[in-house]
Design a protein around this ligand. Sequence first.
Ligand SMILES: [Zn+2]
Length: 177
Amino acid sequence: MKIHRRVAAGTSAVAAALPVMAVAQLLQLEAHNHGEVLLTLVQDAGSVTLELITPQLNLLGFEHAPATEAERQALLAAEAALRQPGNWLQLDGEGCSTGVADLETSGEAQHAENHAENHADFSVRFAFTCANATLRGLTFVGFAAYPGIHEVELQWLVQGKAGTATLTAKDSSVPLP
Ligand SMILES: [Zn+2]
């Protein structure tokens, strides 16, 4: 299922940091596909910013506003898990420290636009610091805990080089840059 949705340009710090061409590619990838996670990685000197966008269905099994206590608990658990970068990402690089997580929940069912579409995303941004800019690779570690995630579409921009990769449970790592 492919549902493209409107994306406001320049609302993302990641997008703001990217050259125009990379932003254009980024926006093309901004789609809501069940089973798919969108991940962008941008390294600027010693700082690494990652943005992860996932349909809520991948983590919760539903995308409506929680209607039962069990669904409320599931939403709280997913939001807590999303704030821990170690649940999702492992960076291969010297002195890369986990940074601040900034979580947004978009398209909740009470939102009028989404109510018509019935889709909702989680979006979380992680800021890491890597000493000496020695980032060498990335592994997505969320497949085991979240079987609703089938693949991760990665776009990266590292030391002026850009690339893409598709990560799966069987092939969850990518060398960088
Ligand atoms: Zn959906």
